[in-house]
Design a protein around this ligand. Structure first.
Ligand SMILES: C[S@@+](CC[C@H](N)C(=O)[O-])C[C@H]1O[C@@H](n2cnc3c(N)ncnc32)[C@H](O)[C@@H]1O
Length: 286
């Protein structure tokens, strides 16, 4: 029996989006328990990292064992909900003072999932064109340290139940630099696309006002979620996407933009939830 707190969240798709959004206020573990087994194709999420980030409502500083026990609890629900051919994309970063955090979480989830791909979300990189000056692109928050390099990347762990789930690599592929490769490699099927690999350079968008443009301390770019959806593949209208830690809704926006049929989200903070609802065109719909 569904908890009444989650029932009124059902809402029609917002303007311009064919997606049916079900964005709920409340704890994601309780919310996920109301959903049937194997009813979700795709999970794109970024949980609290337990690195002391200052959220509006959530306290991001559990004892390490408690954090991992809680992670097993919510990820256990994700496993129950995921279809056998489903994909679970888990974004997590570290801090210089806690470099093991992403690895500890990934290892804790090993009894539940196969780690099928590890994607590196590159926020900033310096490239050195031959014979030219090094050029830095992208943004990061610089630290002042005699010990640590600036951390310019986060992980996206792609978990599946079997480790053998087919994906659509070319949906996030890139054109060949040397077009003669199209004919040379039979697997291209004549298409000018090759696999982009697992380093995804996705800089944060430049914003003018933090409060107005990105009123949340720890979001991933919409483009990151878009790529995860595309990589999972299939007919997007037939997909159900779940984001247990909705934040201000960047995975939901990506779901709308890519035509995902149904998008379910949970967020414990009413202020972030209201922002997410507004961003997908559900403002004022309850
Ligand atoms: C890393 S942020 C997610 C940001 C989101 N990916 C975005 O781009 O907007 C984690 C979010 O989880 C929320 N949260 C923490 N505990 C929760 C819980 N038990 N159930 C649902 N949401 C929770 C926090 O309020 C925070 O907004």
């Amino acid at each position: 029996m569904a908890s009444p707190a989650f029932l009124p969240g059902l809402a029609p798709a917002g303007p311009g989006y064919p997606t049916r959004f079900e964005l709920h206020h409340g704890d994601c573990v309780a919310g996920m328990r109301t959903l049937p087994d194997e009813s979700v194709d795709l999970v794109v999420t970024s949980p609290p990292y337990n690195l002391g980030i200052r959220y509006g409502r959530y306290e991001d500083s559990l004892a390490s064992d408690d954090y991992l026990a809680w992670s097993l609890e919510w990820a256990g629900e994700v496993r129950r909900l995921l279809k056998p051919e489903g994909s679970f994309f888990l974004n997590i970063g570290a801090t210089p003072a806690n470099p093991w955090a992403p690895h500890e979480l990934a290892l804790a989830l090993r009894p539940l999932f196969a780690l099928q791909n590890t994607i590196h979300w590159i926020k900033s990189i310096t490239v050195e064109p031959r014979g030219g000056e090094p050029v830095s692109v992208g943004h990061f928050k610089p630290i002042n340290s005699r010990r640590f390099l600036n951390d310019c990347h986060e992980f996206v762990f792609h978990f599946t139940k079997s480790g053998k789930v087919p994906i659509d690599r070319l949906a996030v592929g890139v054109p060949y630099a040397d077009k003669s490769n199209i004919a040379r490699w039979g697997h291209t099927g004549g298409r000018d696309r090759r696999c982009r690999g697992n380093n995804w350079f996705i800089p944060y968008e430049t914003i003018v006002s933090r409060d107005k443009d990105r009123p949340h301390p720890a979001t991933f770019p919409v483009e990151l979620a878009r790529r995860c959806i595309a990589l999972h593949g299939g007919t997007t209208a037939d997909l159900t996407l779940l984001e247990p830690f909705l934040g201000i809704g960047h995975a939901a926006i990506a779901a709308g933009e890519t035509g995902v049929g149904r998008c379910i989200g949970f967020e414990i903070d009413e202020v972030y939830l209201a922002e997410a609802r507004e961003r997908v065109g559900l403002a004022g719909s309850g």
